[in-house]
Design a protein around this ligand. Structure first.
Ligand SMILES: [Zn+2]
Length: 133
C-alpha cells in the first residue's frame, strides 16, 4: 500500500475528528458561567428594574444536596452557585438562577416565603420563563 496515501487518509481522519469535536463543543447546550452571567444581567434589567446587585459572582459547582444556592462572599459580593449535575442544559440552569434571583429579591435566602413565591409567579406571568416552560 502507498505510504503517502495511508498518511493522507490518517490526516484526513484526524482533521474530521477535530472538527466534529470542536463543533460539538460550540453547539453544546450545557450551562457556562458566561451564559449564566448574561441571563442574570438581562433578567435583572428586564424583570427586576436592575434593582438586584449588578456585580455578582456566579459559579457552576458540584453539589450532592442542592440545585443551587446563594451566598455572600467575605468581600460582600453576592455569589450564586448552580449545580452542574442537575443542570445538563443551560435553560434548566437559568430556571434555577431565576429562583436564586427571587431569593435575592425577597431577602429570604433559605426559605421559599410567600414573597419569594410571588416573585416567581410574577416572573412567569411576565414571560421570563419563555423557552424554559
Ligand atoms: Zn430556594
Amino acid at each position: 500500500m502507498d505510504t503517502n496515501k495511508t498518511l493522507l487518509t490518517i490526516a484526513m481522519m484526524l482533521v474530521t475528528l477535530y472538527w466534529t469535536t470542536a463543533r460539538g463543543q460550540s453547539e453544546s447546550y450545557a450551562p457556562t458561567v458566561e451564559k449564566l452571567r448574561t441571563f442574570y444581567a438581562e433578567t435583572n434589567k428586564t424583570y427586576f428594574n436592575n434593582e438586584l446587585p449588578q456585580n455578582v459572582r456566579i459559579s457552576i459547582f458540584d453539589s450532592k444536596t442542592v440545585m443551587g444556592h446563594t451566598d455572600t462572599d467575605a468581600d460582600g459580593t453576592v455569589h450564586i452557585f448552580i449545580d452542574r449535575q442537575s443542570h445538563p442544559i443551560e435553560k434548566e440552569a437559568e430556571m434555577t438562577e431565576a429562583h436564586e434571583m427571587c431569593h435575592l429579591r425577597s431577602e429570604s435566602p433559605f426559605d421559599e416565603s410567600e414573597e419569594f413565591q410571588a416573585c416567581m409567579v410574577d416572573l412567569a406571568k411576565r414571560g421570563a420563563f419563555k423557552g424554559i416552560w
